[in-house]
Design a protein around this ligand. Structure first.
Ligand code: MFK
Length: 634
């Protein structure tokens, strides 16, 4: 008997009858009764009437509706975040602010974030009378995000420094709570923070004193955001060779910029920092990095409402980050001021890159945290195979693995924030400074990759609903994908790691080994952590061996190992941070468990791959042959 006829029979047998007598029958496509069913004594008529009790029809859609995952206060829900702050920043003011902000994010701001997603920005090129206007229209929610960012001090805190060396940690904790609900407003905030940092480093004086005060204000009506226009048509990684924009000196000492910026994020900014090559009297420029200088420009309109020196060519059609306007810009005489010494553009904008890369890492850890929180909540609501998801051990194992990744990412990025805060408050030792230089690219590249993997796994934990656009879940994955791309791709940052090792003559690695060992020192007597400490000790010595061997080989060898080296640095350092946190007197059993689980993975892939000859001289040719392997002609 088919499932359908079984259902019919049970209904009819149960005698629970509400017949369609006297009303037109609904149009139901129902197969004719089989001989066996007729034999069971039911006429076609009876079967037809029974069909009307099917719970699904034009009038009824069934009574079961899956409960949605609920976003609760992301501060109160986050045991590691609260534990970390209790340990390092036990200030009532910080706690109550983060708690109140978390409440606001879950109750109010998250809805705005969704509004930003469903109301993406539009470019209006012309007014109704044909005049060019180049207006980027953003949603009301996007504008509310700007006001909120000022009021909550999301940039300002980094400059007010209310908690001394821990101010950056406090600021970034706020951004961590905010990021997945921000409708990507964290992107303009990252660049705004970076611009304020650059201005501070070159000196807060005319012509950027007003800009600095606006970037760091808490007054919404004064608050400015900044762009970071670095990418041109030739690409965004090799900035030194790819920048064609020229700066034409003016008699008053200012410049006019002419060029084409190919990928400008959050283009509704009030100002920007950008790179260009200064033309001499003959129109010649200096090629390469030495030819680049850093410029400050305001985005403003003339009395006719036209953008001064800028044409917005078009908005980008992106996989994600659709909430935010990203544009191609023609700079056609944009008035600008030089901020760096001539030819020191890249070095000067590097301060901005440090800040934006840390913001990027915060967004990555926050995306992981958000999907883990939602998936955990959903597991308490959805039943499958007779029990809630939370009671399925395999499901909980998957969520626990995501949680371990999230904890590692959180501690990695918080440590970079801790070091940044120490540097900015004048507390940093040389070791701190060296460690920050090394960790910034490592943390950014590692968390960017983790975020994509964890968020993707998180979507799967919702089953098909994770793939449904208006649940808001797919947007998390789309927005995570950019985190490993912008602000330096994984490989570009891996090479940055090599470069900072070489430029510091290995001092950044010395700082790394010294600090990692000091993190482990307190754990040697903690028996519950012994397997993790042992694994980490072994990985550390493997890493040291790799560094020694690699130093005696050529640059090609190091380049091939660069990505695995960066991953090893990240995994070992995160393991040490998890162990260190688990040793804290306020730590929970889950802190210990997370450290143990983290340290079960391959902590030093660069050593394992080296042992398998992955960086040997014949490898590049074999890799290329594999990539371009094509069918041979028969
Ligand atoms: C939610 C988060 C949102 C985040 C905001 C997203 C907004 C998206 C906007 C963008 O995507 S903007 C584009 C971002 N672009 C990049 O991140 C560029 C990626 N490429 C690199 O990072 C290259 O490594 C780099 C352009 C820096 C290479 O340029 P060069 O000129 O070949 O660098 P070089 O010669 O190694 O260094 C020049 C100087 O800069 C040196 O100083 P010195 O001359 O004093 O020695 C370097 O030490 C310094 N430098 C380079 N990278 C540095 C650095 N200093 C500190 N930190 C660094 N990372």
């Amino acid at each position: 008997m088919s499932a359908c006829s079984a259902l019919l029979n049970s209904r009819v047998a149960g005698g629970c009858c509400r017949l369609w007598r006297g009303v037109p029958r609904p149009v139901v496509h129902f197969r004719s009764a089989s001989v066996a069913e007729r034999g069971a004594g039911r006429s076609d008529e009876e079967l037809w009437e029974a069909a009307s009790y099917l719970p699904f029809s034009g009038a009824r859609i069934g009574s079961f509706f899956q409960e949605r995952p609920v976003l609760k206060n992301p501060f109160l829900e986050d045991a590691l975040l609260r534990g970390y702050l209790r340990r390092h920043l036990p200030q009532e003011a910080a706690f109550s602010d983060l708690c109140a902000f978390g409440e606001r994010v879950s109750k109010e701001v998250d809805v705005w974030g969704r509004e930003c997603e469903v109301t993406p920005p539009q470019l209006v090129h012309f007014d109704p009378w044909g005049r060019r206007v180049d207006h980027i229209e953003t949603s009301p929610a996007w504008k509310r995000m700007k006001d909120l960012s000022a009021q909550e001090g999301l940039v300002a805190i980094g400059y007010e420094r209310p908690f001394g060396e821990w101010s950056r940690v406090y600021q970034m904790c706020k951004l961590y709570i905010y990021s997945p609900s921000s409708g990507l407003y964290t992107c303009p905030l990252a660049m705004t923070d970076g611009a304020a940092k650059v201005i501070q480093s070159v000196g807060v004086s005319w012509p950027v004193d007003e800009a600095y005060s606006r970037l760091t204000t808490r007054q919404p009506e004064r608050f400015w955001t900044s762009g970071q226009w670095m990418t041109e048509r030739q690409g965004g990684s090799d900035v030194a060779r790819g920048t064609e924009t020229v700066a034409v000196p003016q008699t008053d000492g200012s410049y006019k910029l002419h060029g084409f910026k190919w990928f400008t994020s959050a283009t509704d900014a009030d100002m920007t920092l950008t790179l260009a090559r200064i033309q001499d009297r003959t129109g010649a420029t200096t090629p390469g990095s030495r030819g680049l200088s850093l410029f400050y420009a305001e985005v403003s309109r003339d009395e006719d409402g036209l953008l001064k020196g800028i044409e917005v060519q078009r908005l980008k059609d992106k996989l994600g980050t659709r909430q935010m306007p990203t544009a191609e810009l023609l700079l056609d005489g944009l008035p600008a001021h030089r901020l760096s010494e001539v030819g020191r553009g890249v070095a000067s904008i590097a301060n901005m890159l440090t800040i934006t890369r840390i913001h990027n890492s915060i967004s990555a850890a926050a995306a992981m945290r958000r999907v883990v929180q939602l998936a955990g909540d959903y597991a308490t609501r959805r039943t499958a195979f007779g029990k809630l998801l939370k009671d399925h051990p395999l499901h909980m194992q998957t969520l626990a693995r995501m949680e371990v990744e999230t904890r590692g990412a959180f501690l990695l990025v918080m440590d970079a924030c801790r070091l940044l805060g120490r540097e900015e408050s004048g507390m940093a030792t040389q070791l701190d400074t060296n460690l920050l230089r090394l960790l910034t690219p490592v943390v950014k590249l590692y968390t960017g990759k983790q975020a994509v993997a964890v968020v993707s796994e998180g979507l799967e934990s919702f089953g098909g609903q994770g793939y449904i656009e208006d649940t808001g879940l797919p947007g998390l994955l789309r927005d995570a994908q950019v985190l490993s791309i912008w602000e330096g791709t994984t490989n570009v940052l891996s090479l940055d790691v090599l470069r900072c090792v070489a430029r510091s003559s290995g001092l950044v690695l010395h700082a790394y080994f010294t600090h990692t060992k000091s993190l482990l020192a307190g754990a040697s007597s903690v028996s519950s952590l012994a397997p993790a400490v042992k694994a980490l000790d072994r990985a550390l010595s493997e890493l040291q061996d790799f560094v020694q061997v690699a130093a005696s080989r050529g640059p090609a060898y190091l380049e091939l190992g660069a990505r695995d080296l960066a991953y090893s640095l990240a995994r070992i350092y995160a393991g040490a941070l998890l162990i260190d946190h688990a040793c804290w007197k306020g730590a929970s059993p889950s802190d210990t468990y997370a450290a143990l689980r983290w340290c079960e993975q391959d902590l030093c892939p660069v050593a394992n791959k080296q042992a398998r000859g992955c960086y040997d001289p014949n490898t590049p040719a074999l890799d290329a042959a594999l990539v371009y392997d094509r069918p041979t002609q028969d």
